[in-house]
Every structure is written in structure tokens, then in C-alpha cells.
Design a protein around this ligand. Sequence first.
Ligand SMILES: Cc1cc2nc3c(=O)[nH]c(=O)nc-3n(C[C@H](O)[C@H](O)[C@H](O)COP(=O)(O)OP(=O)(O)OC[C@H]3O[C@@H](n4cnc5c(N)ncnc54)[C@H](O)[C@@H]3O)c2cc1C
Length: 831
Amino acid sequence: MALLRHNGKGRKLVVIGNGMAAGRVLEQLFERSPDAYDVTVFGAEPRTNYNRIMLSPVLAGEKTYEEIVIHDEAWYEKHGVTLRKGENVTAIDRDLRTIATAAGHVEAYDKLLIATGSTPIAIPVHGVTLPGVVTFRDLDDVDVMLRAAEKGGCAVVIGGGLLGLEAAAGLKAKGMQVTVIHLMPTLMERQLDPSAGYLLKKSIESRGIEVLTEANTKAILGEDRVTGVLLDDGREISADMVVMAVGIRPNAKLAKEAGLVVERGVKVDDHMRTSDPDVYAVGECVEHRGLCYGLVAPLFEMAKVVAAQLAGERKAAYTGSVTSTKLKVSGIDLFSAGDFSEGDDSDEIVLRDPTRGIYKRIVLRGDRVRGAVLYGETDDGPWLFDLLKKETDVSAMRDTLIFGQSFQGGALLEPLAAAAALPDDAEICGCNGVCKGTIVSAITKNGLTSLDEVRAQTKASASCGQCTTKVEALIASTLGDGYEAAKRKPMCKCIDLTHEEVRGLVVSRHLDSMPAVMQELGWKTSCGCPSCRPALNYYLLCAFPLDYKDDAQSRFINERAHANIQKDGTFSVVPRMWGGLTTPNELRAIADVADRFKIPTVKVTGGQRIDLLGVRKEDLPAVWARLNAAGLVSGHAYAKGLRTVKTCVGKEWCRFGTQDSTGLGVKMERLLCGSWTPAKVKLAVSGCPRNCAEATVKDIGVVCVDSGYDIHIAGAAGLHVRATDLLGHVETEEEALEHVAAVMQLYREEAAYLDRLYKWVEKVGLERVRQVIMEDHEARKALYERFLVSQRAVRKDPWAERAAGFGAKEFTPLAVVAPIEAAVELAVAAE
Ligand SMILES: Cc1cc2nc3c(=O)[nH]c(=O)nc-3n(C[C@H](O)[C@H](O)[C@H](O)COP(=O)(O)OP(=O)(O)OC[C@H]3O[C@@H](n4cnc5c(N)ncnc54)[C@H](O)[C@@H]3O)c2cc1C
């Protein structure tokens, strides 16, 4: 037996177990105190540390093992860690302060960390040890299942909890015929109430998996290997493989044999110390304040405390965790947190939408959320979980609580605004315990611009991926226009296709309605989500302008109400001022409205308009009615559409002006107004190269010169500042209008939803846009024609109808129709 003594610079830390908790402790320790210890890790598995929770996607064929590795060999080397893979620790000698392995090594320690995880429970029935009976705990188990699945046949999964259902879905995806046997009347009964359990069963069955509830396994059948399962009601289910997924038990045998205090798990105090002060324990093997955990979030909280303790931060303490659960089966959205049992002291709010398969239940005790179950639509899970953990008083939002976070403040927030409104300590990634503040500060401090970078640095969305939309919303709301979306990114969690792919199929297969797109392209959700619905609505509007009817419900309230929600829940209203021009009558109308409705702030915007800030939601219809009566229409200050055409005074007044820039700006705004675009579009026309209208930082800018008009595109002046590129030169005003409208149409037809014009140009290349617009006359004319067709459709479908979603009859900005009509006529006449 060889006795290994450390000879490094620090004290010796020995870690038993190389799983998720141990890995997290080491990461945290190296961040705090990289040189404090010589570290040796013993792992029974013959590999480096990987993300165990991602074994389900590996089984389902959605991920490879390589993609779920957390620490590769290089990581251990970089941190000077000695990793002894495939080496099982068999004994701890606390007197000598050594551990011994099955291979005969003995290693000395100053501090010992036990992180041995759990062992799957096998129900004690006849046949449980037969070949073909497997558990679902590590990569070797997955390999066994995958090999068995290659042969096809039948699998029986015993246990309808999280692990069992993920195993069943994975095996089904691999082509096996699968039956789930569950002892209780409903699935996942510890996390879901009976209604959600019922919906879950329906979803699982709709995938072709048989589910037997209230079914008790009596024996596993077979001679040399498993052939079936016998239930105690006499039914026999044939099986080529049986997956045992009935639960886990803390793996505390080693600790017990070493004389440490063990009850259900290795007992630890709030400092994560066992009954021996030199021995810490972490992860699923521990019992803390009488509780054992089987999810990663609590383990990560424990890991932080262990690392702090090892680094000498004596006060660091773990006080327990509240947990939430999600299921990682593609297309099944469920969330559960807290205590949702019925009781005299509790009250519940329930929402059911049978057609969409949505069920939501929030359980309250007094004014606090005590538990929540969401099925079918789970975006609000983290928000509810946050309210639950913080014991927030929800009395003020009780009436709208069930509609979710985005409905708070009286209006429906876009995902970006909803993400921005979250408090810094709101948990975003439950798998890795990452809060909003951590993500935002990593983005701003380290200049992160992509999802991959945020994943690498913070671990948010790096595990099950269900929080990806939220993380992306945070990146987008933090960076604004600077957000670099990942290169091949599925449109959203409802579909694995990219925006470009969906859009291409919508056109090539003539999928002209939302149900047609979802059905034919295999949407994983029944009705899409707040990310894909607005995008689809836009793609359909653009592809079928005459036939497709705009879906108001796929638009956010800002668009429906023609007002921007502000941070205090009031709105801002911006009437259009064509080309920045106004009249005494319009100004009087604005002043009257401001007085009458006690609008606290009236402000001139950078886009040459007047912003009325602080309008109450209930006043919006009347405010708009009065503005409309004076001929003022919506400025679309919130829209993914044309916002403003900024102008300078031009040759009418300016000594340097070369052309009528104001007049051209007005015509351009009237021509383009109302055309929905992938993202906001701002234009400007400057009367001379002195460029007082700042045309060279707009999406499209026209700079007038003596010989005509220089057309610029792809500028930006937000968080991302970019000067425009010169597209080309034209001689007449009519040509300028046609070229600009053709650019708009090309952008409308090609860009992914939410891509700003400059992003699209960067993607497709300036040369291509130049070729189509400046050189291919036929192509430009065709684009212009299509643009006019779509504008006629807008005219046919006035916003009065869209406004109906807002619920106010008198709110009918009909006046908008006339200017569009006139603009289109003007453009047609100019042709
Ligand atoms: C398929 C699957 C899906 C899951 N999905 C989720 C999920 O969606 N969300 C969630 O929160 N949690 C999920 N979990 C649970 C989560 O993976 C665990 O909570 C987490 O891995 C526990 O971490 P740990 O370090 O305590 O244990 P483990 O990660 O199991 O690591 C313990 C390690 O110690 C090793 N070991 C044990 N004894 C010895 C010894 N004597 N000597 C040397 N090495 C030893 C083991 O081989 C193992 O590698 C899932 C688990 C599985 C199996």
C-alpha cells in the first residue's frame, strides 16, 4: 500500500466524488483562493466532471457527451488539480487523516470534502438484479440504455417522477416502445397537483408512451435476463429493458463507516461541516437541518459556502433552500415550486385554458405566495419563485397575479421590458443558481455580447436551457442594439428552426396562417410564445399582405394602444409630425390635451416630435381621440415600423440648402408610414452635406447635394453607433422615394424579426443590396411595386381594427388612414 503525502505549497484538500457539487466547490474555491490547497480529487467514474442533469438530453439524442462536459482535462491541469479518475474511495481514517482507495492508494489530507452524491433506489422485488434492469444515474447507465435501444423492443420505466419520465421520453425518441409504471394516481405527484398531473399524463401519452398509474410492481420477470414486469393486479408487461427510477438515497455509506454522524444523509451544520471539523460534505449525500436535496440549485448554494469556509471565510453559512422543478422533455412545459397542498389557511388562484392545454395555480397564504404549479406556459415560473422565496406581499397584484409578471403595472410588457423589470436578485437559471444581477454585471463588466459568452462566464442557460429566452432577453435589454445573437439560433423554444428557415418555409410552402405554420413546421407548443408569435405575425403580414389578417393578440400593448409604457406604469404618447413639421393648430391640440389630462411632462424628442409623458392608461383613448380630431395620428414611437423622418429646413430657408429636404422628408414619411418592419426604422433627409438632420447615422439617410440625392443606409446611433454606408446617388426626388421604398421592402422581405437594418446589411453584405437596388432596375421596380401593394393593404386594414384590442370604441385613429392613402396615391402618381 503506497502512502501518498502532499509536497505542494498549500495545505492538502482531498475531495471524494467528482460530480456536480464537487466541481462547483472547486470553481468557487479557485475564484476565492487559488493557491490555498494542493487538491486531489477521487472520482469513481472514469471521466472528468460533466453536467449530470443533461444526461436526459444525451439519452434523447439531443446532446452529445462532449457537449455536457463541465471541466475537461485541461481545466484540472490549469488549476493544478490531481484527478484520479475511476478510483473508488473505500475508507476514511480520521485519526491518521488519510483516505484509501480500492486500487490501494492512501492519500493524506488536511481537509476532506465528501461529495459522493446519491445512489438510485432499487425496489426489493424478485428479479431486480437480472441483466437488463438498469438505473439512470450516470453516463454508463445512458450507454447501456442507448445500446439496448439500438435493438428496439420494449422498455418499462418504473417510476413516473422527473427521472422516469425523462428516461421514458429519451427511450421513446430512440425508437423503443415504452411503458411507464407509476404507483400513485398521478404523475410527478410530489411536484404537481392532480390537474397538472393529468395534463402531463395526456402529453406523455400523446407521444405514444403508455402510462399505467396506481400500478404496483410485484416482480421483474425473466430467467437469464429481464423479459417483463408483473404487477400486483396480475398484469404482465413484456420488457427487453427495465429502467428503475423510483428515487434516490444519499450515498453516505463511506461517511458512516468512518464514524461520522449520518442519519438520512451525512449530517452537516450551517457551515457544511460534518461531525468532524476537518471534514466537509456537500451535495446530495448531505442532510442539512433534516433535509436532503435531489436538485442542483441547493447543491450550488451549499458549494458556495463550502468554498468560502475552505478559503477561511468562517462566517459563510448555508441556511437551506426552497426548490423548484422543471421537466426536461422537449415540448412539455411544467414548473412547480413550494407547497401547493390545500389547506384551511390557504387560498388559491387558478387559470385553465383547455384549448391551449394551460393550467396555472398559485397558492397563497395571506398575502404571500406559498406554492405554484404551471403547466403549458411556464415563463413566469422564475418570477413566481422569486416572490415565493422573498415572501413578497402580493396583495396589490392579487387580481393579475395569475396572468404573470408581464401583466403587472396594468399592461402587457414585452419580454425585454419584463426582464429589465426583474430585481437583481431574481433567479434566472435555476439549474445553476444564477441571478439577474450576476448576468447583467458579467455583460457590462466583461463586455459580453453573445449568449455563448454569457453561458461560458456565468453558466446561466448552460444546463437544461429552459431559461435561454430569459437570458437572451437580459442580454438584449442590457445591450440594446449591441446584442449579437448567436449565429445559428433556433427561433425560440417552440421550434428548432432559425428565423431565416421559418421565413423561407412560410414563403416556399405558402403557409399563410399561424395555425398552418405551426402545424406544418411542427411547433412544439400549441400556440407559440411571446417570442415567436410577433415574429410569425410579421412574416405572415409581409408575405401575404392582402390575405393575412394582422393578429392583434400577437402584438404588445404598446402597439395596440399606440403608446409606450413607462417605468411607473403610465404611458407616453407621441403624435406624428410629418418630416418634423407642425402647425399652430396641432400645437394647440397638444397643449389642450396636456392641460385637460394633467399630463405632467411635455418633451421634444430627438426625432423632432413632441412626447406627452405620464398619460394614465384610462385616459389613452380620450387623449388619442382629441389628438386625432386635430389631425394628429400615431407616431408609432414604439413600433417595429417607420418611426420618424427627421429633416433640416433645406433650401427653402437655409443658405446652404441644395434641395427641398423638408418637403422630401414629408413625402417620404407619408409614403413609408405604416409599413411594419422587422425592427424600428428611422430616416432623415439633410439638405446639404453639412448634414444637420444627422442622416448618416440613420437606418436610411438621404443627403441632398447640388446634383441630386445621395442615399445612405445602415446607420445606427443607439448603444451601437455606426455611420451609414453610401448606397448610391440619384438625380430626382421621385427616384429618391422609389429607391428608399425599395430598400425598405428588401429589408422587410429578408431580415429576421428584430434585426435592425444595419444588422441585416452586415449579414447580407452592402454589395448585394447595392446590386439589387442600384443596378438591377427590374428588381428594384418589383420591390417598389410590392411595397406599394403592402401599403395599400395597410390602408385597407386601418389601425382602428387593431385598436379594438385595447377595448375602447372611441379610440379610432381613422385620420391615419387618409395620410397613408394620400401617400400611396402620391407614390403611384409619381411612378
Ligand atoms: C438523469 C438525471 C437528470 C437530472 N435532472 C435534473 C434537473 O433537471 N434538475 C436538477 O436540479 N437536478 C437534476 N438531477 C439531479 C442532479 O444531477 C443532482 O442533484 C446532482 O448531480 C448531484 O450532485 P452531487 O455532486 O451531489 O452528486 P453527483 O453529481 O452524483 O456526483 C457524485 C459523484 O461521486 C462519485 N462517487 C460516489 N462515491 C464515491 C467514492 N466512494 N469514491 C469516489 N467517487 C465516488 C460518483 O461516482 C459521482 O460521480 C438529475 C439527475 C439525473 C441522474
